[in-house]
Design a protein around this ligand. Structure first.
Ligand code: DLL
Length: 432
């Protein structure tokens, strides 16, 4: 169940020593090799030698996505391009993508981290891993692929999309581990029903779902619909890709691979560090990356860290499910809300499906939220009265749990667009 037991169960005191040594090395590496960091550190009056304890971390300046953009494409690399064996990029919504690079050692590290993640889910070399994360510049496909190979599992590099083929391979190859976004897993489960495939007759055992926020109720749905154990995996390209953190079978948060990354939580507004247990923005520093070391990267992801011991025996801190990103947070008439919180409420009722879209608009000076949610087949009826009652029930529940007033628009089954990768949950007409 462990891939690298020595690290995964390292006593925390020892782990901190390792982190400090690696942090000092990383700060020195960026200072010497990346003009951007050298200037930033100098401006903050810091020399690599000033990092004497882990608490000195907060003397270091933050790095943001904008810094990567400003130094497009390779400006933050700490090695010459001839040592870079792979590039990935995350598609920006506007303009140029964010480019990340890996040395040979970085690829080995990443593969080990992904092998750890698969082992954490109970994976072994006997497993058949159907990898339905997208292959290409996105880190999901190749990241998981290398980890599965590293573990010795049989990997099926099917990539996202082509759902009928996914279902065929799943049956014919005896897939035991499915890896994809939770929204695509949901779509696969629906298509399974339409194709008359009984999930209980498949060999699927575990789903490793991530790359987008999802709720505990979505987990329940996916586990029931696909007859597997659904686990959460977290990562981001700027830091390495998938395999920054992974949930163990205890299902109580994702262990952050702290021998390679230091995680902090800060208040996104004041930028002050927050203690364990407090919700805030996750900030990550890489400790071993060569091509693109990253110092105090502001992920924009909102979570909580938990340092209490885990029954699985791993000593790494756990991060809770990501509620959302600071930039995805909706402010509806002054109340902050994340799409995943709305998802959670919608799924309390068996009458709707986990397919929803949040349409935000501005009416006069006020924000207006309309929630489109799909009816389940079994509820779908033309009895206007029943539909009105359901709308009212959902509206009241959203108001009492989240404190926001929204309009509910019930839509027919299978009318909200399905996603093969990351789902788009919000349509913000205020920007147009
Ligand atoms: O999504 C890497 C990845 C691939 C993770 C496959 C897991 C599985 P990016 O495209 O750079 O990288 O997007 C990173 O996605 O900052 C989060 O906002 C979001 N995200 C990733 N995993 C989760 C998760 C990959 N488990 C951004 N829960 C991150 C919630 C997640 N959000």
């Amino acid at each position: 169940m462990y891939w690298q037991k020595e690290y995964e169960t390292m006593p925390r005191e020892k782990l901190k020593e390792l982190q400090l040594a690696r942090l000092q090395q990383t700060v020195r590496r960026v200072y010497e090799n990346v003009p951007f960091y050298r200037q930033k550190l100098r401006a903050a009056g810091i020399e690599p030698g000033d990092i004497k304890s882990l608490s000195d971390l907060n003397k270091l300046p933050f790095t943001t996505k904008q810094d990567l953009r400003d130094n497009y494409p390779f400006g933050l690399f700490a090695v010459p391009l001839d040592q870079v064996v792979r590039l990935h990029a995350s598609s920006g919504t506007t303009g140029k993508p964010t480019v990340v690079g890996y040395t040979k050692n970085d690829i080995t590290t990443w593969s080990d981290l992904m092998a750890r993640a698969l082992a954490m889910a109970g994976g072994t070399k006997k497993d058949v891993v159907q990898n339905a994360y997208g292959y290409g510049l996105f880190t999901g496909g190749l990241g998981i692929h290398y980890g599965a190979e590293r573990m010795g599992a049989t990997v099926v590099p099917v990539s996202g999309g082509n759902t009928p083929r996914q279902l065929m391979l799943m049956q014919d190859f005896g897939t035991t581990i499915l890896t994809c976004t939770p929204s695509y897993a949901l779509y696969l489960s629906e298509e399974m029903v339409s194709a008359g495939i009984d999930p209980r007759k498949l060999k699927l055992r575990v789903g490793i779902f991530g790359a987008e926020p999802w709720s505990e109720r979505m987990r329940e749905q996916l586990e029931a619909k696909l007859n597997l154990t659904a686990l959460d995996i977290y990562g981001l390209s700027e830091v390495i890709g998938p395999g920054v953190a992974m949930e163990c079978l205890e299902k109580k948060g994702m262990h952050i691979f702290e021998d390679h990354f230091i995680a902090e939580i800060i208040d996104p507004d004041t930028e002050e560090p927050l203690p364990y247990g407090k919700q805030g923005e996750l900030v990550i520093t890489s400790l071993t990356k060569e091509a693109l070391p990253i110092i105090r990267y502001r992920t924009r992801d909102i979570t909580v860290l938990n340092c209490s011991p885990c029954d699985c025996g791993r000593t790494f801190v756990r991060m809770q499910r990501v509620t959302g990103r600071t930039d995805d947070m909706l402010i509806i008439r002054g109340v902050n809300v994340f799409p995943s919180q709305i998802e959670s409420v919608l799924l309390e009722f068996g009458d709707t499906e986990p397919h929803y879209l949040l349409v935000v608009d501005r009416k006069g000076a006020l924000d207006d939220l309309e929630i489109w949610v799909e009816l389940s087949d079994k509820f779908f009826s033309d009895k206007v009265r029943a539909l009105e009652e359901l709308e009212e029930k959902l509206r009241a529940r959203i108001l009492s749990v989240l404190g926001i007033s929204a309009r509910i628009k019930l839509v027919e089954p299978r009318t909200i667009p399905r996603s093969e990768g990351k789902a788009k949950r919000v349509v913000d007409k205020r920007e147009i």
